[in-house]
Design a protein around this ligand. Structure first.
Ligand code: FAD
Ligand code: UQ1
Length: 410
């Protein structure tokens, strides 16, 4: 049995960032992070790993090296939450009691909800940027593709980084164009959604871009089965219920995602299984000493590391106030961002809020494909992540946005 003033469950983007901030505030011995994994990944780089622009090894660091020095690392899985007793039970038998809890466990990938997966990953031509196990298979599939049908999927669930399923299509198409096999390729984007992107401004630009580059978008097509020995993918049309079979020569799969089982069965969950927090304060709606941030939370915004960064500043202020028996002062506007890589060297930097209204940082139209934004995504963001966000020194670009607008507008 151990007691901490603050227990953080999950040592991903959100857990480490908050651990750094609260470790500094509360001092050694008062904060722990429960995290089973030996490796911490910068997942946003996987888009570029799958696209052949970065190496997989560049995307990870030892968890021991990113763990804040003032924080105790409990190397175990959280297995049960008893928030009425301020208690977390871990896989190594440790029982942690706490004054305050931050839940930052990310989400679960569910490849097995698609018939034929994950077994189909044993075959060539099948990849997924969403998993460290399969991301390198994506680039091998792109390299080995000699023409025919290439399919990129988007599932019928909320996912992290909602732009990633199409970014890899743009990088693949660019690669094939550079290698002179573009005219032998039939490329389609089969998405369960009725739109190519959730924000109207960017959706219009991206739909036009797909048309111009002859990338066929099949809306409301949800992947239900992969038959790798026949190289066939079966989709269900979500409006008609009809099953449609597409032959493929390569396929990039974005799996269904959802809340972790351990959260689903816990008293912290909402009806779906996400940690049930107030969308403005990040405080749990039933347990006032519990907060949640990142992909596992019920916050109704697009799940990204950029959102985690913005939430980090809000959470720090609000939980600090609660620790001083005050009301949470800060309100989260839902800020999130998605760098939509459109080719090797070009990027549209989408940034928006809960109302799906653009909330752009720079005083230029970020809806245009730009080389500067590619540079930001490929070279600047990894640095901001490792040395800013994870050290608790990056709360998103909100401050800079407001400075650049000189206090005018949002
Ligand atoms: P994670 O970083 O996933 O961390 C969750 C942690 O919880 C993990 O370390 C895990 O081991 C741990 N955990 C799991 N179960 C337990 C348990 N039982 N007990 C204790 N710990 C547990 N975001 C952007 O902002 N920009 C991008 O361009 C971008 N691109 C992306 C591209 C891809 C291909 C992917 C996969 C993601 C991308 N993202 C991007 C999203 C971003 O990586 C996530 O939104 C972000 O990492 C969420 O942080 P988190 O801390 O909530 O979850
Ligand atoms: C961001 O803050 C962030 O988190 C560290 C990301 O994750 C990798 C992003 O992709 C982006 C775009 C942002 C937002 C940052 C700026 C400078 C607009």
């Amino acid at each position: 049995k151990k007691h901490y003033k603050l227990c953080i469950v999950g040592g991903g983007s959100a857990g480490i960032a908050n651990g750094s901030k609260f470790g500094r505030k509360l001092g050694a011995g008062n904060v722990c992070i429960v995290e089973p994994s030996e490796v911490h990944y910068y997942q946003p780089m996987w888009t570029l790993v799958g696209g052949g622009v970065k190496n997989f090894t560049q995307s990870g660091k030892a968890t021991a090296d990113v763990m804040p020095q003032t924080v105790d690392w409990i190397k175990a899985r959280a297995e049960e939450f008893s928030p009425d007793d301020n208690l977390v039970r871990c896989s190594d038998g440790t029982q942690i009691t706490y004054d305050y809890l931050i839940v930052a466990m990310g989400l679960q990938l569910s490849f097995e909800k698609i018939k034929g997966l994950p077994e189909a990953f044993q075959y060539d031509g099948v990849g997924s940027n969403f998993s460290p196990k399969y991301v390198e298979k994506t680039f091998r599939a792109i390299q080995n593709f000699k023409g025919g049908n290439a399919i990129f999927t988007f599932p019928n669930t909320p996912i992290k980084c909602a732009g990633a399923p199409q970014k890899i299509m743009y990088l693949a198409e660019d690669y094939w164009a550079r290698n002179k096999i573009r005219d032998k390729a039939n490329i389609s984007y089969n998405t369960a959604l009725p739109v190519v992107f959730g924000v109207k401004k960017y959706a219009e630009i991206l739909a036009a871009l797909c048309q111009k580059r002859n990338l066929k978008i099949n809306y409301r097509h949800n992947l239900v089965e992969v038959i790798p020995d026949k190289k066939e993918a079966v989709f269900e049309h979500l409006d008609t219920g009809e099953k449609v079979t597409f032959p493929y020569d390569m396929i990039h799969i974005t799996p269904p995602m959802g809340p972790l089982e351990v959260l689903k069965k816990s008293p912290l969950a909402d009806a779906v299984g996400w940690v049930d927090v107030d969308k403005q304060t990040l405080q749990h709606v039933r347990y006032p000493n519990v907060f949640s941030t990142g992909d596992c939370s019920s916050l109704p915004t697009s799940k990204t590391a950029a959102a985690v960064a913005a939430q980090c500043g809000i959470l720090y202020n609000n939980l600090s106030a609660i620790m001083d028996s005050q009301k949470p002062p800060k309100k989260y506007d839902g800020y999130t961002s998605c760098p939509l890589v459109t080719s090797k060297g070009k990027c549209i930097l989408a940034e928006f809020d809960y109302d799906l209204q653009p909330l752009e940082t720079f005083p230029v139209d970020q809806g245009k494909e730009r080389r500067t934004m590619w540079h930001l995504k490929a070279n600047v963001m990894p640095e901001i992540y490792w040395t800013g966000l994870l050290k608790g020194r990056w709360a998103g670009p909100g401050f800079y946005r407001k400075a650049m607008r000189l206090g005018m507008g949002k």
